[in-house]
Design a protein around this ligand. Sequence first.
Ligand code: CAA
Length: 285
Amino acid sequence: MSDIKKVAVVGGGTMGNGIAHVFAISGFQVKLVETSRELADKALNTIGKNLTRMVTKEKISEKDKEEALLRIQPELNLTEAVKDVDLVVEAVPEHFKLKKKIFAEIDEHAPEHTILATNTSSISITKLAAVTDRSNRFIGMHFFNPVPVMKLVEVIRGLDTGDEVIQAIIEISEKLGKVPVQANDSPGFVSNRVLMPMINEAIYCVYEGVAEPKAVDDVMKLGMAHPMGPLRLADFVGLDVCLDVLNVLYDGFKDPKYRPCPLLVKMVDAGKLGDKTGEGFFKYD
Ligand code: CAA
C-alpha cells in the first residue's frame, strides 16, 4: 500500500507539528490543519526551528529543509483539508468528545480509501473507530515526543482494523525512518501502561518524602541509564497528560494500582503542568 502520498495532520501542537515534520522531510505532501492562522504559523515556526536544528547537525541540507517546508500546506478548514488525502493523522488534545467531533467530520468528507489514524496516547482506538463508518480503516499511530528524534511508532489495532491497514501503517512508518511496533487496543496500550505507573511511583516517592525530585531522577538516570529522569519526563510530557492517562488506566482496569498520586492531582489543579507552564517538578525558563 505504498500509494499513500498525501497526508493530513490534524492539530499542530507538540505532537502534530512533529508528525508533520517527519512526513514532510520524508517526501510526503502534508496538510497541517489548525484552528487559527496564529496556531498554524506557530506550528510552522516550530517545524522550521527543528529543521534548522537538523541542518546544524548536518543531518539534512538547507535545500532539504526548504523543500520539506514547501511540502507543508497550512489549512484552517478540516473538510477541505481531508477531501483528497490518503491518510489522516489526528493529533488534537486528548479529549474524547473533541476527537469524536473531528472524526465524524473527517469520515464524512475524506475519500472512501483514506485511512484514519489517531495519535492518541490512551483513548480506546475501538471506541474512536466506532464514531466513523470505516472502523476497518481506523488505526492507532502513536508517535513519541520529540517526534523527529524518537524511533518508535506504536501501531494499535482496534477491534475491526483490517490487516491491510496495519500493513500500510507499518510500511509508512518505516518510510518515515521509524520502527513500528504492534499492540492491541487496551488501556494505555503498551507504552503508557508501562511508562505512567513508573512516573506515578516516582511522584509517590516525592509525596511520601522518600527523596527530593532531583534525587529520584538522578537514581533513574545514573542507575538505570534513562535519558531523562521520570519527573523531568513527566514535566516534558505534561503533568495534565500524565494525569489523563493514569485516569484512563484506573478507569479502564478498575485496579487501584493505577490510582494517580494525590500530589500529581494537586499540581495539575495548581496549573503547574511542567515545561509548557514553566513549572512542574522543576522550573523552566
Ligand atoms: N527536533 C529535531 N531534533 C531534536 C529535537 C526536535 N524537537 N529535540 C532534540 N533533537 C535532537 C538534537 O538535535 C540532538 O541531535 P544529535 O543526537 O544529532 O546531537 C538529539 O536530539 C539529542 O538532543 P539534545 O542533545 O538537545 O538533548 P539530549 O541529549 O538531552 O536529548 C531527548 C533530548 C532526545 C529529548 C532525550 O532526553 C530523550 O530521549 N528523552 C526521553 C524522551 C522520551 O522518553 N520521550 C517519550 C515521551 S512519552 C510520549 O511522547 C508519548 C506519550 O504517550 C505520553
